[in-house]
Write a protein that binds this ligand. Structure first.
Ligand SMILES: [Zn+2]
Length: 126
């Protein structure tokens, strides 16, 4: 494809809003050639100090039967952030699995969910 197709955004096949802005990032699921498959999950951006990559933290509740209580568990994912989504620290985002984009990056941010607390889901059984 030629580089002059900046206007049209591609639908990555997920139930997400298409960003209003456009970008020229080849690793953008909307304006580049990146395909997504596998897991999608929500998390909070805890750092955007890297170039094009953000740290997304997901918190889960894990039930401990002995104490009949929940404990919080968290995991951090590195995710590629396309420039059209304007991902900032503290934002809730939805990330989707994709091919490995770097040594530790195999997710891409697909939706900016705004600020505010995240609903913490219970840990899914593995
Ligand atoms: Zn884009």
């Amino acid at each position: 494809m030629v580089a002059s197709k900046a206007a049209k955004a591609r639908d990555p096949g997920l139930d997400v809003r298409i960003p209003k802005e456009s970008c020229t990032d080849a690793k953008c699921p909307f304006h580049g050639h990146l395909k997504v498959r596998g897991y999608t999950m929500e998390g909070v951006v805890v750092s955007n100090k890297m170039q094009g990559t953000v740290v997304v933290q997901r918190t889960l509740l894990h039930y401990v039967p002995k104490y009949e209580r929940y404990e919080k568990r968290k995991r951090r994912y590195l995710a590629h952030a396309p420039p059209c989504l304007k991902v900032a620290e503290g934002r809730r985002v939805r990330i989707a699995e994709t091919r490995p984009l770097a040594k530790n990056v195999s997710f891409v941010v697909v939706e900016n969910l705004g600020e505010g607390p995240l609903a913490i889901p219970e840990e899914e059984p593995r």
